[in-house]
Write a protein that binds this ligand. Structure first.
Ligand code: HMG
Ligand code: MG
Length: 353
């Protein structure tokens, strides 16, 4: 294994500000490319051991505390002010934050939370100004029982009222036509003046066959066909479609992943109508050089990086540096998960985003 090479450059201030931007959901990041934050290689020598990295997920009480108090902390407020100052003095580009904790976070909790608690979490996310929230999924309850109450969540009056009074976008993850039909039925019941509460869906595919089979019981090409059916139906209803490509930097079943596979699955998702695809580090093994290589490969394949997001699980503590690298290269959307909760039940060893 190669040893880790330390950079002599000072880390970009932006790196330290990123948690605030993720927490508050209204950050503006500068385009500066003066230095690389982490000049890392593919060694995990300096990373936390997996037992530490796979820390216990916070209890719902801690979660509530962090949602409720985070914006009030003096340090975070100061960092926010610094971010605004930086934004004034340097060229700026807004970065959209997609908060996925009610779906990605809660799907990996061992406890199945009651609907009221899920809705309370969503309300608190809205209160701290997050404007794009993935609120659940319509996957099989046999596969992911934690998401079985998504129908009740999106029909809840709190979400309807939030949609009425704020510029909020809610989204749901859909695995197949059966899931889309269930979604449509619930969403129709939840509408405000015939406008649906959820106006966006998220489709997902994997860059590796192993994870695709484990997660959705389909090969990659079968899954793209299923997603294409859903996308066609969603487009006919005017519903926006976002995509995820899982295992972009590593797979729990196949190890290292070829960026060309990531590029081809990303292109397929864009072709079927996704307005954006989130390049996803499902098990959190990516490092920033790999992110750079992968995004360069995507750009060489003709993909516009402005149509990409990043969804970085933080298993080995590289999530923030990976996000910064992606944003500096032009990625527009960053996924966040409050309290760092999350993971996929079918990717052993993954932790939160
Ligand atoms: P399957 O067992 O192959 O499905 O599961 P099937 O088509 O053979 O149907 C079997 C039964 O499931 C049938 O019922 C279907 O009706 C039912 P039965 O006749 O036996 O009574 N069924 C459904 N029920 C409810 N909702 C549905 C649905 N579809 C079929 N939508 C399936 C295939 C895709 C459904 C299953 O594998 C599944 O639900 N997988 C989802 C797993 C999941 O949610 N993983 C986590 C989300 S992905 C993720 O976290 C990654 C991401 O965060 C990015 C990253 O970090 O990489 C997005
Ligand atoms: Mg995920």
């Amino acid at each position: 294994m190669k040893s880790e090479k330390k950079t002599t450059h000072k880390p970009n201030r932006l790196f330290f500000l990123l948690p605030t931007l993720l927490t508050c959901g209204r950050g503006v990041l500068s385009r500066t490319r003066r230095c690389r934050v982490v000049r890392d290689n593919h060694s995990h020598q300096k990373c936390r051991p997996i037992s530490l990295a796979m820390r216990r997920l916070p209890s719902m009480r801690t979660l509530h505390w962090s949602v409720a108090k985070a914006p009030k902390l003096g340090l975070l407020r100061q960092m926010s002010i610094d971010a605004r100052r930086m934004g004034r003095s340097e060229s700026r580009r807004p970065v959209r934050v997609m908060e996925v904790s009610p779906r990605d976070g809660l799907q990996n909790e061992s406890e199945i939370l009651p609907t009221e608690l899920k809705v309370e979490l969503i309300q608190k996310l809205i209160d701290v100004n997050l404007r794009h929230v993935e609120v659940g999924s319509f996957v099989s309850p046999k596969w992911v029982p934690q998401m079985a109450s998504t129908t009740e969540v999106i029909s809840h009056p709190v979400l309807r009222d939030a949609r009425k009074s704020n510029a909020i976008n809610f989204s749901c993850l859909i695995p197949n036509l059966r899931g889309f039909e269930a979604f449509e039925k619930s969403n129709a019941c939840s509408g405000v003046n015939r406008a649906p509460v959820v106006d966006e869906i998220a489709l997902f595919a994997s860059a590796t066959e192993g994870f695709s089979k484990a997660n959705i019981n389909s090969s990659i090409s079968e899954s793209i066909n299923k997603m294409a059916e859903v996308a066609a139906r969603a487009q006919s209803r005017g519903i926006k479609i976002r995509g995820y490509v899982s295992c972009a930097f590593g797979c729990p079943y196949e190890g290292r992943v070829d960026s060309k596979n990531v590029a081809s699955v990303t292109q397929e998702l864009l072709n079927i109508g996704c307005y954006e695809v989130a390049i996803s580090d499902t098990i959190g093994v990516g490092v920033s050089r790999q992110v750079e290589e992968c995004l360069n490969q995507l750009a060489r394949s003709g993909i516009n990086l402005e149509q990409l997001g990043v969804h970085c699980h933080d298993t080995f503590g590289t999530g923030l540096s990976n996000i910064l690298t992606a944003v500096e290269l032009g990625v527009q959307t960053v996924d966040s998960s409050i309290g760092g909760i999350g993971g996929c039940p079918y990717s052993p060893g993954s932790t939160g985003s």
